[in-house]
Structures are given as structure tokens and as C-alpha cells.
Unconditional design. Structure first.
Length: 71
């Protein structure tokens, strides 16, 4: 079994589909005058950045562990 067998590789279009769904929620918020638009956008951006950062850290940790024989 390869080391990347359990990795879910998201393409740009899959990320775009997720952002379209967030945009739909923002539109509903605007139409219903809920005032959640700013929070939704900030939360979405934070989620993307944090998950990307965690992925980079985990990739570095597993690369270092593979070099030392831990994995």
C-alpha cells in the first residue's frame, strides 16, 4: 500500500463547487436580511487557510518521520 493511498486530492473545481455553495448561503442571508454575510465569508476563508496549513504541517511531519524510519 502506498503512502498516498488515503490522501484525498481536491482539485480547483471541487473547491469552486464548495465556494458556490457558500455563495448560495450568503445570497440567502442577504435576501433574508440575516446579516451573516461577513461572518460566512471570513469563516470560509479561515477554514480554507487553516486546512491548507495543517496539510502542509502534516506533510512535513510525515516526510521527516519517513526519513527517520518511524513510518
Amino acid at each position: 500500500m502506498s503512502a498516498t493511498a488515503n490522501v484525498i486530492d481536491l482539485s480547483v473545481w471541487q473547491l469552486a463547487v464548495a465556494l458556490v455553495l457558500v455563495a448560495a448561503v450568503v445570497v440567502v442571508s442577504v435576501r433574508q436580511s440575516l446579516g451573516l454575510e461577513r461572518d460566512l465569508v471570513i469563516g470560509s476563508v479561515r477554514t480554507i487557510v487553516q486546512l491548507y496549513a495543517v496539510g502542509l504541517v502534516l506533510a512535513a511531519v510525515f516526510a521527516a518521520a519517513a526519513g527517520t524510519g518511524w513510518c
